[in-house]
Design a protein around this ligand. Sequence first.
Ligand code: TTP
Length: 212
Amino acid sequence: MPARPLLVLASGSPRRLQLLNQAGIEPDRLLPADLDETPQRNEHPRSLAKRLSKAKAESAIATLSEMDLGPAFVLSADTVVSVGRQVMPKAELVEDAMANLRTLSGRTHRVYTGVCLVGPKGALRQRLVETRVRFKRLSREDIDGYLASGEWRGKAGGYAIQGLAGSFVVRMVGSYTNVVGLPLYETLSLLAGEGYDIHGRWKAATVEAEDA
Ligand SMILES: Cc1cn([C@H]2C[C@H](O)[C@@H](COP(=O)(O)OP(=O)(O)OP(=O)(O)O)O2)c(=O)[nH]c1=O
């Protein structure tokens, strides 16, 4: 019997790996891409998320072609937070995080995740998922405390809904897993559409759990 194609997650994000694991899927390899994520002039946040998710998959495929591992599913994603057309930068410095939190305070913003899957035969499929999130008005103490926590580091928009900032959310419309970085419903439907045996993986996981 030919070996089943590998599943490669083209990501260095621990959140994306956790989300996939939550859905019962264990990638065989992680191949993070190192890309320039700067938006192009007048690029809509939605287009940016789509473009970068595709670029991450393509970068992983270029690396894979040098590794001779046989056919593979390659999955990637990119998350962008925006207020209107304005992209909130990924927070690397405390100043970025503070500016982001001040902008998001008391307002509704959008979180877009582009998901890209390249199947073992080379077919490329994409999804773009949007979630609307409204934050409460943040007090000075909220912002200072949150900055001190460090949870903003490396996160799109300078916050992580799965942590302390979950308490800032007044209202959310759309997928929660999309905000964390990988919309599970859309990701699993992409995988299933390309013939990835999701339920076979679940059954294998159940047997392992029973044996434990
Ligand atoms: C808004 C939000 C983002 N994030 C994270 C998810 C992503 O890791 C990050 C968005 O940046 P991305 O550029 O999408 O991803 P990344 O560089 O961290 O990982 P990779 O490109 O290797 O896949 O922000 C949260 O964890 N929680 C949130 O609530």
